[in-house]
Design a protein around this ligand. Structure first.
Ligand code: NAP
Length: 274
């Protein structure tokens, strides 16, 4: 199961996040195992950022990938405070060193700061020309920002945003805009950092599928055709569990029950971020 990017290539619908990986040294072996298990299961999109653990997450990802770099669609992000034209180039070069690779598949602006978008895009263009990134995109950009961005030269490949059953605001206007523009979104915190998983409504739907709440929460995000999701799982067992979400199809009854428990938006709301 894949999603088509504007570039014409496809990426797996389900990838892996890495925020807070490498924060606790005692979890390191499990985290590396988790990422390698995910690669074995086809979760070959890995999301990281220079911000995560001040680069420690990128170093861990580099170690986990090792000589499997060519299997991975590798995503990292530049902090807004580094996102001047030259700063973007330097930040990317530092990420590449930590990741132990010569290129990123996708480089995102982590959120919008004070640097004009055009300056960051100039940095992305220089990195593409140098072969250091293959594609670029953004994260946490709301509708007005996306309209401004897409009026500039170049092709944004994705907008990584907070989207899950408890964060349905983007359904009102941002998701329809993305679908019409042909720019997929990448849903982060798809299980609301674990807070969603105690939901009785999710448990009830899960029991109908012989599944777990996490699998249902992920299958719900992935019900839309232009959405990828990047849950973070720190153990191989959680990765295996999450991978099965790709095989689940929610019924109209499931979706109605989830709508009842987690109502869709009735009007516009600003894009939330974590
Ligand atoms: P998340 O993926 O919604 O949740 C991660 C939490 O859920 C972890 O505590 C994990 O525990 C737990 N979990 C995962 N699978 C589970 C399962 N099957 N059963 C039970 N618990 C499970 O939250 P997130 O890490 O915030 O978001 C995912 C990724 O999105 C991040 O890692 C990061 O790469 C990206 N992100 C981007 C932004 C942005 O601003 N662009 C913001 C936030 C996140 P274990 O670790 O114990 O498995």
């Amino acid at each position: 199961m894949t999603v088509l990017l504007p570039s014409g290539e496809t990426v797996p619908v389900l990838g892996m996040g890495t925020w807070m990986m490498a924060d606790d040294p005692t979890g390191r072996d499990d985290e590396i195992d988790a990422l390698r298990t995910g690669l074995d299961l086809g979760l070959t999109l890995i999301d990281t950022a220079e911000m995560y653990g001040s680069g420690r997450s990128e170093t861990l990802v580099g170690e986990a990938i090792g000589n499997r770099r060519d299997e991975v669609f590798l995503v990292s992000k530049v902090l807004p405070s580094n996102a001047s034209t030259r700063g973007t180039v330097s930040a990317c070069e530092a990420s590449l060193r930590r990741l132990g690779t010569d290129r990123l598949d996708l480089y995102l602006l982590h959120w919008r700061g004070t640097v004009p978008l055009a300056r960051t895009l100039d940095g992305f263009a220089a990195l593409v020309d140098a072969g250091k990134i293959r594609h670029w995109g953004v994260s946490n950009l709301d509708l007005d920002d996306m309209r401004e961005l897409t009026a500039l030269p170049g092709f944004c490949q994705t907008n990584q945003i907070l989207y899950n059953l408890t964060r349905r605001g983007p359904e009102h206007d941002l998701l329809p805009w993305h679908a019409a523009a042909g720019i997929p979104i990448m849903a982060y915190s798809p299980v609301e950092q674990g807070r969603l998983l105690d939901s009785p409504a999710l448990a009830a739907v899960a029991s109908r599928h012989d599944a777990t709440p996490a699998q249902i929460a992920l299958a719900w995000v992935l019900r839309l055709p232009h959405v990828t999701a990047i849950p973070k799982a720190g153990t191989p067992d959680h990765v295996r569990e999450n991978a099965r979400a790709r095989d689940l199809t929610l019924s109209p009854e499931d979706l109605a029950d989830l709508d009842h428990a987690f109502p869709p938006p009735t009007g516009p709301s600003p894009l939330a971020m974590l």
